[in-house]
Design a protein around this ligand. Structure first.
Ligand SMILES: C[S@@+](CC[C@H](N)C(=O)[O-])C[C@H]1O[C@@H](n2cnc3c(N)ncnc32)[C@H](O)[C@@H]1O
Length: 468
């Protein structure tokens, strides 16, 4: 007789074993039809929980937490009022030591499953696991996510905040965010209030109409300067002018304001065109003893204090002593390039975004660093045009997707004696490192740094050397 498989609504008792890279607790449950792997939110390793089945795919079940039957000693009260509804910060109910342990295990699993047998060092944690971000990217939307417990009849056609979990078409009104700097809470609330007072329509993702699309805030830890980038669907100076003037009057702490225009369907904060409406268009930040000019379009590490640790670890791993030629691929505005240049003979940075390269050049000049050069464009195209590349150390710090397979091929053949792979998504790095192995490259150290407390994300510096 065929046993009935679990279906929607069935109750299960789950032993939670670990947290996966989405921040979900993962464990096992016994059912009359056998043992099943279960993934569910808001649960921690070592807990036994009662859960109800949401869906089943083969032997894997997604479930909803109903009750914690045996509680982890590391369980804490989530600090954020939006926890549960908001799509970010899924580790908030785990104490910080527990978060660091989970992240180390995530790095270990990702490397192990790609066949990479390197010991992973303990994750370098930060002093402030809250209020650590220097940048936030908010979305305007005309389909508001109404949280449980909100009054009946709340306005639903305007919201400014973050996407709820798995709901990319809706926007959750964020009143306060515990990982952003304090001044952002008030600016966000004014941006919402003034938009409603002035009856400015939020972007409609389905119909592609409306004016306000994104609001990015950046704050320098060193100077307190704040950059606001407002993305709109058209220039509309008759609407944007009064809006911006009201925000600047209410928040003189906004030192520069940039309008980005994006009329396309794609939901990116970066626009087709940018207009500097107030101030210089950039803020100055201090990192590793150097000054950086950060403009709206440039990548800059979002946790300044922990970026210091990341730079320290990268420099230690690059082991440059003064005579080396270094290649810094995916160099952004030069956050790794310039500290490396202070210790090496020469560093060449390659970066796709023109504005970031312009920032990197200016940063080098303003810090009196002359032994650097930059190329703007795609790394793959640069490799193709650069011919035989001769360098002693290569640093690569690609986006989450990791390296293009052709970039891996070209990197495998360079003359460097060491590759330092700085990764914000270790599964991609593990795949790339495994693909470098046939050319003799081996990971010799893995040193994670926590730049993203409260979330399952982790940065990792992986050092590769040629097997002799
Ligand atoms: C993770 S960031 C690292 C930036 C820099 N190393 C830092 O620490 O600030 C990745 C960078 O790669 C750039 N990028 C993305 N795709 C690229 C490509 N195909 N070629 C060159 N650069 C690229 C992005 O613009 C971004 O600045």
């Amino acid at each position: 007789m065929q046993l009935r498989k679990p279906k929607w609504g069935d109750r299960l008792e789950v032993e939670v074993e670990r947290v996966d890279e989405r921040g979900l607790g993962v464990g096992r449950a016994q059912h009359e039809a056998g043992e099943f792997r279960v993934a569910l939110r808001r649960t921690l390793p070592g807990e036994r929980v009662a859960a109800s089945v949401l869906r089943r795919r083969g032997e894997r079940i997604d479930a909803r937490l109903e009750e914690v039957l045996r509680r982890s000693e590391r369980r804490v009260e989530a600090p954020c009022a939006h926890y549960g509804a908001c799509g970010g910060c899924s580790l908030q109910e785990l104490d910080y030591g527990g978060q660091l342990a989970v992240k180390r295990e995530l790095v270990e699993r990702a490397l192990r499953s790609a066949g990479i047998g390197v010991e992973v060092e303990p994750v370098i944690g930060g002093a402030s696991p809250l209020r650590y971000r220097n940048k936030m990217d908010f979305t305007f939307g005309n389909r508001r996510w109404v949280e449980p417990g909100e009054a009946e009849g709340v306005q639903r056609d305007f919201a400014l905040g973050l996407h709820p979990r798995d709901q990319f078409r809706k926007v959750l009104d964020v009143e306060a965010c515990e990982i952003q700097p304090q001044p952002f809470d008030a600016i966000l609330s004014s941006a919402r209030r003034v938009a409603l007072e002035q009856r400015l329509p939020a972007w409609d993702l389905a119909k592609h109409e409306g004016l306000l699309r994104h609001l990015v805030l950046r704050r320098s830890v060193a100077t307190g300067e704040i950059l606001m980038q407002l993305t709109t669907s058209s220039e509309a100076p008759e609407l944007v002018g009064p809006y911006v003037r009201a925000l600047l009057a209410a928040h003189p702490e906004i030192t520069t304001l940039v309008q980005a225009i994006n009329s396309r369907g794609a939901t990116v904060a970066m626009g087709e065109r940018e207009l500097v409406l107030h101030g210089s268009g950039s803020i100055r930040e201090r990192l590793a003893g150097l000054w950086y000019r950060v403009s709206a379009a440039s990548f800059f590490q979002t946790n300044t204090a922990q970026a210091e640790r990341l730079v320290d670890v990268t420099l230690e791993e690059a082991r440059v002593t003064g005579s080396e030629r270094v290649l810094d691929l995916y160099c952004g505005a030069g956050t790794l390039t310039l500290p490396l240049a202070r210790r090496a003979a020469h560093v060449h940075g390659v970066e796709l975004i023109e504005a970031a390269v312009a920032d990197a050049r200016r940063n080098a000049e303003e810090n009196g660093i002359a032994n650097v050069s930059f190329s703007s464009g795609d790394v793959l195209a640069w490799f193709a045009s650069a011919g035989a590349i001769s360098c002693d150390v290569a640093v690569v710090d690609p986006p989450r997707a990791g390296l293009h397979p052709k970039v891996v091929e070209l990197l495998a053949g360079i003359s460097a004696r060491r590759i330092v792979y700085v990764s914000c998504h270790v599964a991609s790095a593990a795949r790339d490192i495994a693909a470098l192995a046939p050319a003799g490259w081996r990971a010799v150290r893995a040193r994670p740094v926590d730049l993203f407390p409260q979330t399952p994300h982790v940065e990792c510096v992986l050092t590769l050397e040629r097997a002799t």
